[in-house]
Design a binder for this molecule. Structure first.
Ligand SMILES: [Zn+2]
Length: 414
């Protein structure tokens, strides 16, 4: 009926009607949670009301200034830090992707146990979380331990093509639904979620970054660089054209002011190949603690002895089971890092806080406030609608009626 009217009454009324449809859709999504209703961005059709993007121009330091704009070719946090590289704090971003479960969360807790930064604050990491098989009670506890919970989509997709060709609407839905799931079942506040990583690191040109902007997120960390590893690339914004090498395209070409790219500066494996994640290195050293440790140190030193660009340790927990000594070597290495007077292991978003307002010496005046997101844990056994399989799911608060999924993030019985 609505669409018949739409045809008859022309464009003006059509747009009113359509926003109505969106409002209704939104209401059903958040039926039981009026609290989050106003904060939820409706996912509008890509063809409606989306302003045309402007082609990005070359960046110049005179036009692009901190804290909100940074050129991709700036090799130091501030030009005046030249010659004082040894006073720039060295950030290390430890990130894990995919589902958080009972097994890997125990490993994460062991890794970060008693690990401190030189300012006495807890060392932390970032978890790019995808939905399926995730234990949201464990997510809640990692969040309360000070780690950053970031987004890695609901479905994880079924291959790179899904993500390569994803339009803005698909990306918005995958990530905003995961955000709703986090809020509803792990009590992780929406305001604490700032970033995302695409599955398979497969971005889709401007669409990815347009979605980041419309979702109210700050950064993406999916874009690897091989060309800019020595000196290594610092994070930058997409206000102007990026000079970063496009390893897994399509890469953005539009001006997207205020969107940060935390580039994945690649490692070098034992045969000299570049790898965007530690577990993507085809030729790691032999499975011995010392050999693995030395290899990590060598990759780290390219940053630490150079321009101090943030050093990424990107991996999946599954890497720990690839070799008998992988976990021990990783633990030994990060314990070693915690002995440096100027190395800070923080979440990506905390590191970006520094990049926006860089100083020499100690990067922050105080630690991040302690978090206390409550969790009344319940164990649920619910059906995944598409496959009729039973899924066990630990959540905070209350069990959903069905397994939450894309288009039904709250798992309502529809
Ligand atoms: Zn993944």
């Amino acid at each position: 009926m609505k669409y018949v009217k739409l045809l008859l009454l022309g464009l003006l009324i059509a747009s009113t009607l359509l926003s109505d449809v969106n409002a209704q859709k939104d209401k059903t999504k958040t039926k039981n949670k009026s609290k989050s209703k106003n904060k939820v961005k409706p996912t509008e059709p890509a063809t409606l009301e989306r302003p045309a993007l402007q082609k990005a121009e070359a960046c110049s330091a005179t036009k692009c200034k901190l804290p909100d704009c940074r050129c991709s070719d700036a090799t130091l946090p501030r030009p005046k830090f030249k010659g004082k590289e040894k006073e720039i704090p060295q950030f290390v971003s430890i990130t894990f992707d995919d589902a958080i479960n009972v097994v890997n969360s125990a490993q994460y807790e062991l890794l970060f146990e008693d690990l401190k930064n030189p300012d006495g604050c807890d060392a932390t990491g970032t978890f790019f979380l995808s939905h399926e098989y995730t234990d949201y009670e464990r997510v809640n506890s990692l969040y309360n331990a000070g780690h950053e919970i970031a987004l890695h989509s609901v479905t994880h997709g079924d291959g790179t093509e899904y993500w390569r060709s994803a339009d803005v609407k698909t990306i918005e839905m995958e990530f905003s639904d995961q955000l709703q799931i986090l809020e509803a079942f792990a009590n992780v506040p929406r305001e604490s979620v700032h970033g995302m990583r695409l599955p398979f690191l497969q971005i889709s040109g401007n669409n990815t970054y347009e979605a980041i902007k419309s979702l109210g997120l700050t950064y993406d960390s999916s874009w690897p660089t091989q060309q800019f590893k020595n000196p290594a690339m610092w994070p930058y914004t997409l206000d102007y054209l990026s000079v970063q090498d496009c390893q897994i395209g399509p890469c953005p070409t539009a001006a997207l002011p205020g969107v940060w790219v935390a580039p994945m500066v690649t490692w070098t494996d034992m045969e000299g190949y570049s790898c965007s994640m530690i577990d993507a290195c085809a030729y790691p050293p032999e499975d011995k603690v010392d050999a693995l440790f030395e290899w990590m140190l060598e990759n780290f030193n390219r940053h630490y002895m150079g321009n101090r660009a943030p050093f990424g340790m990107y991996l999946h927990a599954a890497w720990f089971s690839r070799g008998r000594n992988y976990f021990a070597a990783f633990k030994k290495f990060i314990n070693h890092l915690s002995t440096y007077p100027d190395v800070y292991m923080t979440s990506v978003s905390r590191m970006l806080e520094y990049v926006r307002k860089p100083v020499l010496g100690q990067p922050f005046k105080s630690c991040e406030p302690k978090r206390q997101a409550e969790c009344h844990a319940v164990q649920c056994s619910v059906q995944k609608k598409s496959s009729k399989e039973t899924r066990y799911m630990n959540v905070c608060n209350k069990c959903p009626a069905v397994y939450p999924w894309l288009n039904n993030p709250l798992g309502q019985d529809m």
